[in-house]
Design a protein around this ligand. Sequence first.
Ligand code: GLY
Length: 408
Amino acid sequence: MSQRKSRRKFLGSAVAGIGMATLGAHVRVEAVTPSGQQASSAAATTTQRRAAPPIVVASGNGVAAVSKAVEMLRAGSDTLDAVIAGVNINELDPKDNSVGYGGLPNERCDVELDASVMHGPTRRAGAVASLRGVREPSKVARMVLERTDHILIVGQGAREFATAHGFEDTSLLTEESRLAWLRWKETMSGMDKWGPSQYIPAPASPAGEKRLAAERQRASYRLAETYAGGDVKRREELLAWADEVALKPPTGTINCLALDSAFDISGVTTTSGLAWKIPGRVGDSPLIGCGLYVDNDTGAAGSTGRGEEVIYINGARTIVEFMRQGMGPEQACLEALKLIARRYGNDLEKLKDIDVNFYALNKRGDYAGAAIWSHTVSSQGEKRRRQFAFADAQGGRLLDSAFLFERR
Ligand code: GLY
């Protein structure tokens, strides 16, 4: 077996090992344990969180976004302007690798962005998908809402539409993202020519032997050195991060929803989508009713995580409809998550690597975040509680999300 083939195998087994599921549901779900037996979880009541508007809810990467948005709402801004200004922080942040500038690229190392916006008071929507070269796709989505008769513009058409409206054509790829892509590219297959050759000549001198040993130790050592310079700690951190995202391609995204004191509602979802995706792949974020839905008479919902699952159940629209029928936001999110679990026969083994998070608020100021799993687990086994961002008069903070299954 070639060196690269064995590395590929290592990646595969590591992924399989990190997501081991255990049963422990927050709400009643008939779940199937890894042994295949049916197990009924303990029933639990859902939590009702309520605050006086203006309030803003977002995904866990959105504390700065909700803080900014609520500050704008308190100063009298429109809800859509406020949420877009909030998520612009993430879109322009090179450290947020799931949104805008610095987002992880597709399999060809091109960054493609998706975004949607909905303005409750005017009952309108706009969206862009597979957009390249613009750092703030949420603003282009708003332009689609305001300046066209369309809802969704994609690919080259979206790029040309953005250019026509004065958006700068700029690079979205950071050096960190390029490193992560190279790390993924070199380890994805033993059948291609990327990565160090499996044919290693006998060293001609001790210097050659030393050099080969160093190269074998870490395939992307020199890559990281190029980016981190002489900073050894930074180099090690970069490599660890690159390996982590190569192993577990993130589906980050930010969704942000706002209710102002006039009880008007708007929302936005913006993302670079699934890392290493096939060029042109579109997730849930720019699809109205999937990654975002706002009904000014009822409430709003949005999502982050594996977009394909959210598309299958029309997640955001489904949650808003559940709320329209009388459910609170948390119950509505959990019921939508159950629809995802049901697609897999509630089989925890099949669901173990599926990550979906919903966020919702209603017209009364009730709000929630809910996830399939209670925690995320890194490839190093580090557990992190699923949280969402919230802001009201007390400012922005993280709160624990409700969940369907507890990851032990
Ligand atoms: N939820 C973001 C995506 O799947 O693209």
